[in-house]
Design a protein. Structure first.
Ligand SMILES: [Zn+2]
Length: 51
């Protein structure tokens, strides 16, 4: 039961990363600090569904 997700930059809303998570063990919204190429810095990246 894994769900495919993309990680979107909070500032420019670009989807820079893809990941997946286990729905059963991770029910919280994922927010990760990742490097964004268009902002050229680390920004919070929020999960969003790919479908
Ligand atoms: Zn960005």
């Amino acid at each position: 039961m894994r769900e495919l997700l993309s990680l979107a930059c909070e500032e420019c809303k670009r989807r820079n990363y893809t990941t997946d998570k286990n729905k059963r063990t991770m029910t919280d919204k994922l927010v990760l600090s990742k490097y964004c190429n268009s902002c050229r810095k680390h920004t919070p990246h929020k999960e969003s569904k790919i479908k």
